[in-house]
Design a protein around this ligand. Structure first.
Ligand code: NAD
Length: 255
């Protein structure tokens, strides 16, 4: 119930999927939650839902690839809730599913702008607030594809590899400030991102079954499987954990 009591969290990409589950679980654990997303009405609706359930939450529209917007939202969140302790860099896109030699520069850059630069901007503009709070926890959503390769989505895999090492670098830079930085590496989790990705295949039902079978546990994960990992990394239970990789993948990368 109170694992995050008195803490203030920003969750990006919190309107749908994994981010939504993280926002809900963090609020239930006592955090004040800034629900940040490009989808303004969904972000505001989730914040209203959480507030109606007796939690503290507020929604913000923000494109994480827009540095000015990110800086403004960070400031507004601290003005509204009084401090900042937790940043979950979850907003991300899959991008085009083409072989490398067919990808345009614009297609490549779009994925990096959100998945990599978005993490950079949110970290950059959160750090001063986390220092003021005397420390904090930054949680970056990488992927199994920040650990192993996959024969599809080249810009996505590159972006998630970058996020993995950005997390370790920032863990080292900000350890003296008691700011912990860790990455989470989900296997396939059933969210709108994965649903959309599989719908782009010739036989979505077969692709869904085939994707589930890639995981030794025999099925895809659900958003809460990741949300509980994020709650743990955000909490004081994880006070000695920084620069680490929390793999939550049903055994996908155990082979
Ligand atoms: P999703 O598409 O279901 O939700 C992503 C959310 O991010 C949406 O609400 C979307 O509006 C928001 N968003 C997208 N671009 C944004 C931007 N520029 N600024 C602000 N918000 C933006 O995705 P998901 O499956 O929940 O994935 C969440 C994170 O987890 C992503 O970083 C993804 O790469 C990572 N991940 C997902 C899986 C999976 O299987 N679902 C596996 C590994 C890693």
């Amino acid at each position: 119930m109170d694992r995050l009591k008195t803490k203030v969290a920003i969750v990006t990409g919190a309107a749908l999927g994994i981010g939504r589950a993280i926002a809900i679980r963090m609020a239930e654990e006592g955090a004040s939650v800034a629900v940040v997303d490009l989808l303004e009405s969904d972000a505001l609706a989730l914040a209203a839902e959480l507030t109606a359930a007796g939690h503290r939450a507020r929604g913000w529209r923000c494109d994480v690839s827009d540095e000015t917007a990110v800086a403004r939202v960070m400031t507004e969140v601290v003005e509204h809730f009084g401090r900042l302790d937790i940043v979950v860099n979850n907003a991300g896109v899959a991008g085009v599913n083409k072989p490398t030699h067919e990808i345009t520069e614009a297609e490549w850059d779009w994925v990096q702008a959100i998945n990599v630069k978005g993490v950079f901007f949110c970290t950059k503009h959160a750090i001063p607030h986390l220092k003021t709070a005397g420390g904090g926890s930054i949680i970056n959503l990488s992927s199994i594809y920040g650990l192993v390769g996959g024969a599809d989505l080249p810009p996505y895999h590159a972006s998630k590899g970058a996020v993995r090492l950005m997390s370790k670098t920032d863990a080292l830079i900000y350890a003296p400030d008691r700011i912990r930085v860790n990455s989470i590496h989900p296997g396939f989790i059933w969210t709108p991102l994965v649903e959309h990705h599989l719908q782009g295949t010739d036989d979505p039902e077969a692709a869904r079954a085939g994707t589930a079978a890639l995981h030794p546990l025999g099925h895809m994960g659900e958003p809460d499987d990741i949300a509980w990992g994020a709650v743990y990394l955000a909490s004081d239970e994880a006070k000695f954990i920084t620069g680490s990789e929390l793999v939550i993948d049903g055994g996908y990368t155990a082979r």
